[in-house]
Design a protein around this ligand. Structure first.
Ligand code: C5P
Length: 231
């Protein structure tokens, strides 16, 4: 069994009717919802308030990345939405991460602050040749995780395959939020470094982000229940 409160459903949906139907279908299941750039730019902050009204915990996945002052002020502006988890790019550097953490911690009910390490779409060639970072993806992910921890973040986004190395360096209480999850037999689509929900759980992930296997299903709630029950 996968605990529902460890599952964050990625609501990458830009048609309002389908979004509301999916939300209603998942109501009362204890899963979190994740709103990213697509939903936030399509519907605005109101979509977060609507989901909160229905009792969902919210991960606002806007992956902020700018100079420290701008990111800190953006986080402050997002504060009144009252989300439960929010993220920024670790590549923004220690100053940006620290300012973000201070800003978050000064809020009444601070959301968990999560840093994006290397996007799961980044290849080794891009890392070495385009970003000019030496070493492999895992080294870069662990390096960013260490930086995020030292700068006051609560955890990182990574592949489930990187969780054990992160926990070894940053400790078991440092959170890992992992996309790249595919139930057995389902299409990998554009995800590359994937695991099943059961394997992600065994690897120690704290939250698994699952989108299309649930949101594209004819019956999203049934698809979720199949994942929870390990079918
Ligand atoms: O549909 P799927 O399960 O692939 O959705 C995964 C979600 O996780 C998407 O919203 C995607 O933007 C997000 N994500 C990711 N890889 C990252 C960071 C976020 O897939 N490294």
């Amino acid at each position: 069994m996968i605990p529902a409160q460890k599952i964050i459903v990625a609501m990458d949906i830009s048609e309002r009717d389908r979004l509301l139907k999916t939300m209603d279908s998942l109501c009362g299941t204890n899963v979190w919802l994740k709103f990213g750039l697509e939903a936030f730019y399509s519907f605005g902050p109101g979509v977060v308030a609507q989901a909160k009204d229905k009792g969902f915990k919210i991960f606002l996945d806007l992956k902020l990345h700018d100079i420290p002052n701008t990111v800190a002020r953006a986080l402050k502006a997002l504060g009144p939405l009252g989300v439960d988890m929010i993220n920024i790019h670790a590549a923004g550097g220690s100053e940006m991460l620290k300012r973000s953490s201070e800003t978050i911690k000064s809020m009444g009910r601070p959301p968990l602050l999560i840093a994006v390490t290397q996007l799961t779409s980044t290849s080794l060639r891009q890392l070495n040749e385009e970003q000019r970072i030496q070493g492999d993806i895992l080294e870069s992910v662990v390096n960013y995780a260490k930086l995020a921890k030292e700068s006051g973040c609560d955890g990182v986004v990574s592949s489930p395959l990187e969780v054990q190395a992160i926990k070894l360096i940053c400790g078991s209480r440092f959170l890992t939020v992992t996309p790249g999850i595919r139930p057995k037999g389902s299409d990998a689509q554009d995800q590359v470094r994937i695991t099943t929900p059961q394997d992600a759980l065994l690897l120690g992930t704290d939250f698994m982000v699952i989108g299309r296997p649930i949101t594209d299903a004819v019956d999203p709630k049934q698809a979720l229940m199949n994942i929870i029950q390990g079918n």
